[in-house]
Each structure stands twice: as structure tokens, then as C-alpha cells.
Write a protein that binds this ligand. Structure first.
Ligand code: CTP
Length: 406
């Protein structure tokens, strides 16, 4: 049994949660008291409540069987069950319009290091459930039980680590079991402004010296996506400085010179994480994308950047032709990797330029469709790149001139 600290956090609870959430927690607490289930808020929700920051999701752990408890809630008319995962003992319910995840306490084992854990025991003690988790600050539980409502249950010293702004793993094999936790640690460190605790940092270094590449890369991708899907480049800098990139490549990665944050602020990519991943991916074989299970579109973004990286552009026309169908993420990968001048020139001056004249217009003018149409469009485009004010009527004039003087 691990020594446990208990303090009551009703004031924090009362201040942090909205009236709607508090009403839900109090209602489920009453039902649990009658049915003799023990409920705890757990994980990110408790961490964020203590930090006073907005939480991404609310998870409730039932010490015992969450599915059985959700059925009671539904029977009594308090909740609607949305979906059930029997193998994990988890259930999503809707209460007063809010979607809430209930999970049965469970212990896990990692029969294959680096891959998804197997559930060992559903309905174990809260303490065992806590001990399967990644970091102390994610292992705090807040009682929703009538006899100790809002008591903080801290088996692993997470409260002190929150105060000290430390990310600490729960046991020395944590990164070996699940190397994606190295990226998760980076995510929390940058999001919360925390540091890795000394032993955690030492074990991370040790793992990165001899990475076991037989790991679930889909999870690596998902963590990279969550970690880098914001404009700040802090996480990427640490990703390089601490050698965390070794989880995805055997090659050495250097910090780019370009100011990524400025580029993101100016051009606002939808998926910053793909730019960051692309900065590594363009120097890899094509199986880099397949290994990480990128979608066709995600893979296309990186491969297009790879194809354009060494290309030189004779003039604006060539630049436009090469860039006009590319996604912003592809262009930003190129910008960061040395083509900033060309990319900015294209984005600032040409990206809005489109031809209005169409093949139908030319047919209406009496021309028969031919390969010359494409050359005609290029002729008009060259003119438009020099004068973006050209309107459709002038475009028609120009293309007519071109086609009749062939
Ligand atoms: N967890 C873990 N190891 C992982 C992923 C998750 O131990 N590789 C545990 C952590 O205890 C975490 C919980 O599962 O708190 C839920 O995971 P997730 O939803 O990814 O994290 P949150 O803590 O909810 O964080 P976030 O604020 O990013 O949603």
C-alpha cells in the first residue's frame, strides 16, 4: 500500500466547475451512495481544476463496474447511455446535455513493450487503477462520494508535483512500457510550463539512447498530433534539443533557422503538427508516412514538400505553377527549410490570383477545344502575374488574341 495524502478541495471544486456540472456531480454522487458505488473524478480534469485552467475532458472512474453504474443512472432516468466498451469497462453517457465518460477502475499489463496494454483486471482498487497511469500529475483523484466529497486522493505525490511544476513517471519502466509517454511528457511540459523531474529526464535520456522501434506508431502519431497542433514552437524545440525525434527517425535532426512562429502567425496553417512532422519526414523514405499511418492527405502534404524541396524556379510563372495547388502546410515546410523567400512571395502576391476565363467561354467564342487552350490559359496567367487587376473581359481579349495569332 502506497502512503496517501488526503486534503479536501471543496472550495476549488465549487469555484472551478459550472453550476451545470456541479449539479450533475452531486446527482450522480447521490445515486452512487444508494447503489454503493464509489466515484472519482480522475486524470486531466483534476489536474486542470487544481491549476485553474480549462480542461479538455471530464473522466469519472467508478471503483468497480462503471457499466453497471451507468445502467442504474439510465434506469433512474438521470442519464442516456451513448456507447459502451465492454473490454475496457468504459461507458459514455449523456446527462443534462453533457457527455461524460465513466470508466471502471482497471489495472493493465504491457505484454508487448511499446504496444497497447492489455487489461488485467476490471474493477480493481482505485489505487491499482492510479498506478497504471503515466504521470503523477495525471494520477490525482477527487472523491465524488457523499462521505468524503471533494477529498483529493493522491497515492503518488501528484499534488506536490503540481505545486513544483514537475512531470514525474510512476515507475522506472514507464517509458519502456509505453514510449509515447515521452511525447506526452513533452506535451504537458510545454502546455503547462512544467519541467521533467530529474529521474524522469534521466530515464527518458536512457530510453532515447536505445529506442525499441517495435512500437505502436499510430499512438506516436496521435501524440505528435496533440503535442504539435498549436502554433507555439516550444514543443518542437524541445523535441529536437532533447532528442525526442529519435522516436520517429534514425537520422539526426537539427533546429531550423526560420522563425516558425512568425510564419504560423502570418499564414495560419490548419494543421501545424503536419508542418513539424514534415520537417523530419521530407528527409525520410516514403515508408515514414506509412509507418506512422498518416492518411492519404497527410502523406500527400509531406511528399509534395519533399518533391519541391530541391526545385529551382526560373520565374514567377514557374513558382506559381509549382505552388498553386499545394496545401499551406506543404508550403510552410518548404518555407522553414530554406524557401521562405519564394513561399512568401507566392503567398503574399500570387496565391489569390485565379483565372476567370474557362474552356466553355472559349467554345462560346467559336474556338474548338484543343491543346492550345492550355497554352492560352498560361499566356493569360503570365500576364496576370504581372498585373493582378486584369478582369475577365481583358482575360478573354488576351486569350482570343493568343489563339487567333497562333
Ligand atoms: N494515460 C496513460 N498513458 C498513456 C495515455 C493515457 O497513462 N499513454 C492515462 C493518463 O493517466 C491520462 C488518462 O490516461 O490522464 C487519460 O488520457 P488522455 O485523455 O490522453 O489525457 P488527459 O489527462 O485527459 O489529458 P488531456 O488534458 O491532454 O486530455
Amino acid at each position: 500500500m502506497v502512503a496517501m495524502n488526503i486534503i479536501n478541495l471543496y472550495e476549488n471544486f465549487n469555484y472551478y466547475f459550472s453550476a451545470e456540472y456541479k449539479a450533475i456531480f452531486e446527482r450522480v454522487s447521490k445515486v452512487a451512495s444508494k447503489s454503493k458505488h464509489k466515484l472519482y473524478l480522475i486524470g486531466g480534469g483534476v489536474r486542470d481544476m487544481l491549476l485553474g485552467i480549462k480542461s479538455l475532458d471530464i473522466d469519472i472512474t467508478v471503483e468497480g463496474d462503471a457499466i453497471e453504474f451507468a445502467r442504474i443512472l439510465e434506469r433512474e432516468g438521470y442519464a442516456k447511455i451513448l456507447n459502451v466498451h465492454k473490454d475496457f469497462g468504459t461507458v459514455k453517457v449523456e446527462i443534462d446535455g453533457e457527455k461524460i465518460d465513466f470508466a471502471s477502475t482497471r489495472s493493465e499489463i504491457y505484454p508487448k513493450k511499446g504496444h497497447l496494454p492489455h487489461v488485467k483486471n476490471i474493477g480493481c482498487s482505485l489505487e491499482e487503477d492510479v498506478l497504471r497511469r503515466d504521470f503523477t500529475v495525471n494520477s490525482l483523484a477527487l472523491s465524488l462520494n457523499q462521505d468524503n466529497f471533494a477529498d483529493l486522493i493522491d497515492y503518488v505525490g501528484g499534488f506536490d508535483d503540481l505545486k513544483d511544476k514537475k512531470i514525474r513517471i510512476l515507475h522506472d519502466k514507464s517509458f519502456i512500457d509505453d514510449p509515447t509517454r515521452i511525447i506526452r511528457a513533452l506535451k504537458y511540459a510545454t502546455r503547462l510550463g512544467f519541467e521533467l523531474e530529474e529521474n524522469t529526464l534521466m530515464l527518458q535520456k536512457e530510453y532515447l539512447r536505445s529506442v525499441n522501434y517495435d512500437m505502436c506508431n499510430k499512438r506516436v502519431k496521435n501524440e505528435i498530433k496533440k503535442t504539435f497542433d498549436e502554433p507555439s514552437s516550444n514543443a518542437f524545440e524541445k523535441f529536437i534539443d532533447q532528442g525526442i525525434y529519435k522516436l520517429v527517425t534514425l537520422k539526426e535532426v537539427k533546429k531550423p533557422h526560420a522563425n516558425i512562429e512568425n510564419l504560423f502567425a502570418k499564414y495560419n496553417p490548419k494543421h501545424p503538427w503536419l508542418v513539424y512532422l514534415g520537417l523530419i519526414g521530407v528527409f525520410e523514405n516514403d515508408d515514414f508516412c506509412d509507418k506512422l499511418e498518416l492518411t492519404k492527405i497527410e502523406k500527400g502534404i509531406i511528399l509534395c514538400a519533399k518533391g519541391l524541396l530541391e526545385k529551382e524556379f526560373k520565374d514567377d510563372f514557374e513558382l506559381y505553377k509549382a505552388f498553386c495547388n499545394q496545401k499551406i502546410e506543404t508550403l510552410l515546410i518548404l518555407a522553414v527549410l530554406g524557401k521562405e523567400k519564394q513561399v512568401s512571395h507566392y503567398l503574399d502576391n500570387f496565391s489569390k490570383i485565379k483565372l476567370h476565363v474557362t474552356g466553355d467561354d472559349l467554345v462560346k467564342l467559336g474556338f474548338s477545344p484543343s491543346k492550345a487552350f492550355a497554352d492560352g490559359f498560361d499566356y493569360v496567367l503570365r500576364e496576370k502575374l504581372q498585373n493582378s487587376q486584369i478582369k475577365k473581359a481583358q482575360e478573354l481579349k488576351l486569350i482570343k488574341y493568343y489563339l487567333t495569332n497562333l
